[in-house]
Design a protein around this ligand. Structure first.
Ligand SMILES: [Zn+2]
Length: 136
């Protein structure tokens, strides 16, 4: 598996992370799975209702809104994004718990190391490559 994001999507996500720092931020990623590629076509910014520096929670209302929005656009929620303001772009034990419940691609941006990483949790945690495309 690979995840494909455009440069402007990555920009939106890193900006969101920095704006909401020192708290974690979160977004839903809409798009489609094409073969072994998960292609992101839209970022749906969500709010971290926990306002925490080490955890995030998206409200049920926002989740429902996100899924409805994706469906209207004939897209799927294919990923969950969140930031790690002060730790590496690696899932915390809480993240792994929620990855089991939400088996989509998890994209993490570390402000500390200024990089994006993507993961899937199947029977074990695997890191998947992020392919960056020029803006179309
Ligand atoms: Zn996390």
């Amino acid at each position: 598996m690979q995840i494909v994001l455009t440069e402007s999507q990555l920009d939106i996500l890193s900006k969101q992370a920095k704006e909401q720092s020192p708290n974690e931020c979160c977004s839903l990623l809409f798009g489609k799975t094409k073969g072994s590629k998960v292609v992101v076509s839209e970022v749906f910014p969500a709010q971290n209702i926990e306002k925490s520096q080490v955890n995030f929670t998206i409200s049920n209302d926002q989740l429902i809104q996100g899924y409805e929005d994706a469906e209207q656009k004939k897209l799927e929620v294919i990923g969950i994004f969140h930031s790690h303001p002060d730790s590496d772009a690696y899932p915390s034990s809480t993240d792994k718990k929620f990855m089991q419940i939400n088996p989509v691609v998890w994209v993490i941006f570390s402000i500390k190391s200024n990089d994006f990483k993507a993961y899937l949790l199947d029977s074990q945690l695997i890191e998947i490559p992020i392919i960056t495309e020029e803006n179309s």
